[in-house]
Every structure is written in structure tokens, then in C-alpha cells.
Design a protein around this ligand. Sequence first.
Ligand code: IMP
Length: 193
Amino acid sequence: MKLVIASNNKGKIREYKQLLEPLGYEVISQSEAGIDLNVEETGSTFAENSALKARAAYKLCGCAVLADDSGLEIDALNGEPGVYSARYGGLDSDAERTALVLDRLKNVPNDKRGANFTCTIHFIKTNGEEIAVEGKVFGKIGYEPVGENGFGYDPIFMYGDKSFAQVDPETKNSVSHRANALKKLIGALKSDN
Ligand code: IMP
């Protein structure tokens, strides 16, 4: 079954391919599907933003689509950067945004550095039926960026004693917020059939 991922984020598309192709989906990005879409993320929650993106993509392609919204929520920053993760502080690069987070946490002790990645997925079937799910993974913010894998805030998100940029992709893909949301989606799709 062809499934369009309504995103231009290369890191995410790579992870969805790794997660969904073993299940028999032909996963293609919106640009591979010939869709030119850049939806403004005007929602105040991850769920609102993923629904906006999925509905816009479905209107254009009329096939099954999956859109997600995700981000990092840090306890000591009252859930920031949250829905602003991709544009935190108005900064352009992952390196600048992770540096800003580390700076804002510079006086925060280890036991108060809790954080989670959250991912909402909005799936629209070919017939227009919609399914919305959410997944999370919990960890801590480290003290400096470490590791070469992953993307975004992975180098400062500590999962046990390693950052998400240090664990191998298979491990991240089995425990991540995206994986947890996707497990719920797959459960919902199966219970439908
Ligand atoms: P989105 O494309 O609107 O979902 O923006 C998500 C932003 O949150 C990304 O640009 C990253 O900064 C961050 N993010 C989401 N998922 C991850 C992840 O798995 N690792 C690291 N950063 C992530």
C-alpha cells in the first residue's frame, strides 16, 4: 500500500521508512509524491498541527497519508520548546537550538533535568477515515551534545547513560516517541480489519 508521509524532514522520513517498510508499506515522502506543501503549523498542540498537515496532504493526493508533529518538552522549562521545537528561539540550526537549551538549563541540577519527546501521528486512510495517536519517550537533558546519529535534539537527550545520538538507529526506532505512536497506530489499523 502506498503511503505518503506529509513531511519534508529527511530525518523523520528515514525513520518512518525504517519503521513501516518492514510491515509492507511503500513509504514515500511528499516530494516523491509530487506534492508541494508547506503547511503553517498554527496549532497550539502537537495533535492540532499533525491534523492540519495530514488534511492538507490528503486534499492534494487523495491517497493514504501520515502526518506527525513532534518535539521536545523539558520539565524545568515548563514544557518548552514544545510545539516550537523546530524554531526554538527563532534559531536556524539544530546546533544553535541545542546550545540554547543547554544554556537555559545551566543552573538546573541533574534530578531536575527530566524531559520527553512527544509525537502525535494523524493518519488518513484512502477512504478519508482519520486516526490520531500520541507516543512519548522519557529521558533527561545532558550537559553537552554527544553522538553522531539522529537529528534535532538527539545529542542532548539522554536515554539512560547514552544520548539518542549515541544509540544505534535500531534501538532509537524501537523506543522512540515516534515508534510508540506508530505502535498505537498499527494497533488501531489492525483492530479495524
Ligand atoms: P516537526 O517537524 O514540526 O515535528 O518538528 C519537530 C522538531 O522537534 C524537529 O525539528 C526537532 O528539532 C525536534 N524533534 C522531533 N523529533 C525528534 C527526534 O526524534 N530527535 C530529535 N529531535 C526531534
